[in-house]
Ligand binder design. Sequence first.
Ligand SMILES: Cc1cc2nc3c(=O)[nH]c(=O)nc-3n(C[C@H](O)[C@H](O)[C@H](O)COP(=O)(O)O)c2cc1C
Length: 204
Amino acid sequence: MLFNPREIDPQLAYKLLASVVVPRPIGWASTVDAQGHANLAPFSFFMMITSSPPHIAISVGARDGEEKDTLRNIRATGEFVINTVSAALGPAMAVSAAEWPPEVDEFAAAGLETAPSAVVRPPRVAAAPANLECVARQIMPVGGPPYGAHLVIAEVVRIHLRDDLLLENNRVDLRRLDALGRLTGDWYCSTEIQYELHRPPVGQ
Ligand SMILES: Cc1cc2nc3c(=O)[nH]c(=O)nc-3n(C[C@H](O)[C@H](O)[C@H](O)COP(=O)(O)O)c2cc1C
């Protein structure tokens, strides 16, 4: 089958893309508004862009033509935290993704404790195995209605890692990190099954 995304139902285009670009990491973004009220929501349009200095990106789509709280808060403060979603935190992540009104603190709604960040105002998810403190560097509109989004490119200014997770040789214990991956709809995958694939030595 061959599809022209500009000619098919936008929902089908979304579903096709969100089903074949899998598994996706989940950036669980905490933000605060100008008054300091906390907000928490997951974003699977999330990626690492470079490591020198570290930059990540999240894409925040429109909701009924309006900007989501996360984007509004990032515009207001320029800051956010990306919290790693371990499998154990999956149910709380799902609660935080409900379309809560702006005045609702999703940390409280999901029964999550906050921990202060080192240099940005938004709090961290205390139970997350890792947290990235981020400062927004660019916000770019991408696409248009109905799902047009804003790509937020941010520099990671602090990295928090739970004490038991750093192994020798600068490796992180990925079994203990137990990160959740997003498939499509309400489907997720775990990182429990892991295996190595070696690149062949070429030209030696
Ligand atoms: C696992 C998961 C991943 C999601 N990824 C995105 C995403 O990449 N972009 C987006 O706009 N919404 C995404 N959503 C939906 C938002 O989390 C949802 O609209 C949320 O209510 C936004 O909250 P806010 O208004 O507090 O920013 C995702 C939801 C789930 C459950």
